[in-house]
Design a protein around this ligand. Structure first.
Ligand code: NDP
Ligand SMILES: O=C1O[C@H](COP(=O)(O)O)[C@@H](O)[C@H](O)[C@H]1O
Length: 473
C-alpha cells in the first residue's frame, strides 16, 4: 500500500543544495515524488549553502539537475518544482547571527498554513560532506531550528569509529532517535528489498537460506566508473570507507539477518541491524585484499603518492548458527571490467551425479536498475543421453506490474511518512565500525596495482576459493 501524502504541509530544507548529491539524486527524487502525487498539496524546497544566492540562481541549479540527472517523469514536474523553491544562506555554528533561514522558515509556515506557528513537517536533509554533520547539527540547535523536525544524514555516518561515536553523541544531545534518518541508499533499492520478500514469502527460497544449503555468499559491486569527478573526496575516503563499511555491510546484513519476530517494519529493521553484531572483525592479513587502479595517482586532485584503495575484496564471517563456516565475499572497485551489483548465494551441490560433473547452482539477485532474480541450476541436457548442463531462470523485476521508485525517491518518501524500516541505526553502525576497525590499523594491507578494465588484483582470487568469484571468472 502506498502511503497517501498527508495534508500536513512540507518544508524540505536541503543543505548543500548545489552539491553533487543534491543535483544527482535528491532534487530528481523530489521531482519524481511530485510527479507521482506523493507530496502533500502544499510544500516548499529551501536550498541552502554557505553563500547567498538569488532564488533564480537556485532555479537554474534545479533546471540543470533535472536536465542532466532526471528522467522523463521527474522532468515533467520541473515547472511545478520551480514554483516551490527558495534559497537561504545556511546557519553556522560559530555565527551569533542566524542569518535569514529561521525567518524564512517562519514565513513559509505562514504561507503554507496561514499561521506563523502553523503545523508543518520540516525535514532537514544534510547533503554536505561528512565532516560538516557535527557543526551543522550544533548550528541547527543553536539557532532554534532542531525542535520537532526530521533530519536526514547522508552516508558515511562518521569516517572512523571515533568520529562515528562523536557524531552519535552530538546527534542524540540535539535530537530524539525517532527524528533521525540515516540514509544508505542500497537499502532503498527495490531489489534489495526483494531479498527479504523472496526469502520470507517463498519457502523454497527461505528454506535454502542457511549454511546447510549455501556454500558462499557473494556481494559483488564492480564499477566501470572512475573517480575523476570526485577525486578530492575520493582520495580522502577510498573504496573500503566509501562502499564496504556502508553499502556492502548493509546488504550483507540484509542477507544474514534472522527472521524478524514479526513481519512488521520495525522488526525487520531490528533484525537487519542486530545481525551486524555477529560480523566477525575483519582479519586484514588473511581476509582482505586492497587494490589501486593503475593511473590513479595521476588524476587531478589525487596525491602523487596516494595510498588510497580504489578496490577492496574481503572474506567476512558471520558468527551465527545459521551462517557459521560460510564465507561472505564482499568486493567492489572503480574502473573494473564491468558494472554490476549482485548478491549471489552459491548453493551446495554434489560434485557428481550419475557419473557426470554437476555444474553451478546459484540464486542470484541483481540490485542494479529495476533488479532481477535468477536461479542458475543444473539440468539434464536435452537429448538422448543423460548429460548435465546449466540453465537459468530469470525474473526481471521490471516485468512485474507496478511502478518502481528510484532508491532516493523511495527513501525520501519514507522520511515523509516516518517509515524507518530502511534506515540504519546507531547500534548497527557501531557494530559495523567494530567489524571494520582492524582495517584501519597497522595490519591494513598495501593496495596492489590492477589494470583499468580488469577484475582487480589476482591476489583476491584466493579469497573466493574453491568456487571462485561468480562475476568475471
Ligand atoms: N555524490 C554522491 O554520489 C554521493 C554522495 N554521498 C554523500 O552525500 C554528501 C554530499 O556529497 P556531495 O554532494 O558529493 O559533496 P559536495 O562536495 O558536492 O558537497 C555538497 C555541498 O556541501 C557544501 N559544503 C561543502 N563543504 C562544506 C562545509 N565544510 N560545510 C558546509 N557545507 C559544505 C557545498 O555547498 P556550498 O558551496 O553551496 O556551501 C557543496 O556543494 C556526502 O556526505 C557524501 O558522502 C552519498 C552517496 C553518493
Ligand atoms: O554511495 C556511493 O554509491 C555509488 C554507487 O551507487 P549507485 O547509485 O550506482 O547504486 C558509488 O559509485 C559511489 O562511489 C558511492 O559514494
Amino acid at each position: 500500500m502506498v502511503p497517501v501524502p498527508s495534508d500536513r504541509p512540507l518544508v524540505l530544507v536541503l543543505h548543500g543544495a548545489r552539491g553533487d548529491l543534491s543535483r544527482r539524486m535528491v532534487i530528481p527524487a523530489l521531482a519524481t515524488l511530485d510527479a507521482r502525487g506523493l507530496l502533500p498539496e502544499r510544500w516548499a524546497l529551501v536550498g541552502t549553502g554557505r553563500n547567498d544566492l538569488e532564488v533564480e540562481e537556485f532555479r537554474d541549479v534545479v533546471r540543470e539537475s533535472l536536465a542532466e540527472f532526471g528522467d522523463d517523469e521527474s522532468r515533467h514536474a520541473l515547472d511545478d518544482v520551480l514554483e516551490h523553491v527558495a534559497w537561504c544562506r545556511d546557519v553556522s555554528e560559530e555565527d551569533d547571527d542566524p542569518g535569514t533561514l529561521p525567518d524564512a522558515l517562519a514565513d513559509l509556515r505562514e504561507h503554507l498554513t496561514g499561521d506563523r506557528a502553523g503545523d508543518v513537517l520540516v525535514i532537514h536533509y544534510l547533503a554536505v560532506p561528512p565532516e560538516s554533520f557535527v557543526p551543522l547539527t550544533r548550528a541547527l540547535d543553536r539557532h532554534g531550528l532542531a525542535e520537532g523536525i526530521r533530519i536526514v544524514y547522508e552516508k558515511p555516518y562518521g569516517t572512523s569509529p571515533e568520529s562515528f561515536r562523536e557524531l552519535d553523541e552530538v546527534v542524540h544531545e540535539v535530537f530524539d532517535e525517532d527524528q533521525v534518518f540515516r540514509i544508505d541508499h542500497f537499502l532503498g533499492k527495490e531489489a534489495t528489498q526483494n531479498l527479504h520478500v523472496s526469502r520470507f514469502a517463498n519457502e523454497l527460497i527461505g528454506g535454502a537460506w542457511d549454511r546447510h544449503h549455501v556454500a558462499q555468499v557473494q556481494i559483488d559491486v564492480p564499477e566501470t566508473l572512475g573517480v575523476d569527478q570526485r577525486a578530492e573526496f575520493y582520495d580522502a575516503t577510498g573504496a573500503a570507507l566509501d562502499m564496504l563499511v556502508t553499502h556492502l555491510f548493509q546488504v550483507a546484513a540484509q542477507v544474514a539477518m534472522e527472521p524478524p519476530t514479526a513481519l512488521a517494519s520495525d522488526d525487520l529493521a531490528a533484525a537487519r541491524e542486530d545481525v551486524i553484531t555477529s560480523f566477525r572483525p575483519l582479519d586484514p592479513r588473511e581476509d582482505v585484499v586492497l587494490g589501486q587502479v593503475e593511473g590513479y595517482q595521476g588524476i587531478e586532485g589525487v596525491a602523487d603518492d596516494s595510498p588510497v584503495d580504489t578496490y577492496v575484496a574481503v572474506r567476512m564471517w558471520v558468527d551465527t548458527d545459521r551462517w557459521r563456516g560460510v564465507p561472505f565475499l564482499l568486493r567492489t572497485g572503480k574502473q573494473m571490467a564491468a558494472s554490476a551489483q549482485q548478491v549471489t548465494l552459491v548453493l551446495r551441490a554434489p560434485d557428481e551425479l550419475f557419473g557426470e560433473q554437476v555444474g553451478p547452482n546459484r540464486l542470484e539477485f541483481s540490485l542494479k536498475g529495476g533488479g532481477e532474480v535468477r536461479l542458475v541450476t543444473t539440468v539434464k541436457k536435452p537429448g538422448p543421453n543423460l548429460e548435465l548442463t546449466t540453465g537459468t531462470v530469470r525474473l526481471s523485476l521490471d516485468d512485474v506490474p507496478g511502478a518502481s521508485l528510484p532508491p532516493y525517491a523511495g527513501l525520501l518518501q519514507d522520511v515523509l511518512v516516518g517509515d524507518r524500516t530502511l534506515f540504519t541505526t546507531p547500534a548497527g553502525l557501531d557494530a559495523a565500525w567494530r567489524a571494520f576497525e582492524p582495517l584501519l590499523g597497522d595490519d591494513r594491507p598495501e593496495p596492489l596495482p590492477y589494470a583499468r578494465g580488469s577484475w582487480g588484483p589476482e591476489a583476491a582470487r584466493r579469497l573466493a576459493e574453491p568456487h571462485g568469484w561468480v562475476l568475471g571468472e
